[in-house]
Design a protein around this ligand. Structure first.
Ligand code: HEC
Length: 142
């Protein structure tokens, strides 16, 4: 009986030591792999950015400019000029115009250089920054 117990104990400790050894081996392997990955990453990034990522970024920019419409435009402008500036019966299309052109127009209305009671009333309390943002946004409508 007691010899059996001693053998069982020895076996158990052997197994535990083995398992500990295996685990420590595995974890060092993992660490090494991680190190290799983190060393390779910057190189891979540079390569990708020059081709695929650049395309992706361009696509994202395009999607952002055509799909996203600011709250300001939706609330203040879209009722007359349409959801994407395509124009309605009330107001002309403002689609496909340059940022400079739109900004100048808005500024003209606001400062009464071009009198239009509809547009002036709307722009009376818009800030210069808001006008600039609107102009930038509208110039991207397609
Ligand atoms: C109540 C209706 C109405 C709303 C709302 C409105 N507009 Fe207008 N908008 C007009 C009308 C009408 C004209 C044409 C005026 C004219 O011929 O001088 C115009 C003209 C313009 C023009 C000049 C177009 C061109 O080619 O000459 C721009 C740019 C413009 N609006 C931008 C905006 C922006 C930005 C907003 C939101 C802040 C806005 N509008 C809100 C009615 C509206």
């Amino acid at each position: 009986m007691s010899i059996n117990r001693v053998i069982a104990l020895i076996l158990a400790t052997l197994i535990i030591v083995l398992m500990g050894y295996l685990i420590s081996q595995e974890s060092t392997n993992v660490v090494v792999e991680k190190k290799q990955i983190s060393q390779e990453k910057p190189i891979a990034k540079v390569v990708i950015k020059s081709e695929e990522e650049q395309k992706l970024e361009d696509l994202k920019k395009q999607a952002g400019s055509t799909l996203k419409v600011s709250n300001l435009y939706v609330v203040r402008c879209s009722s007359c000029h349409g959801k994407k500036g395509e124009g309605t019966r009330v107001a002309p299309s403002i689609m496909g115009k340059s940022q400079e052109y739109i900004l100048k127009k808005l500024d003209d209305y606001k400062n009464d250089r071009v009198s239009n009671s509809l547009m002036k009333g709307l722009l009376n309390n818009a800030t210069a920054l808001q006008l600039e943002e609107l102009a930038k946004e509208i110039s991207n409508f397609k």
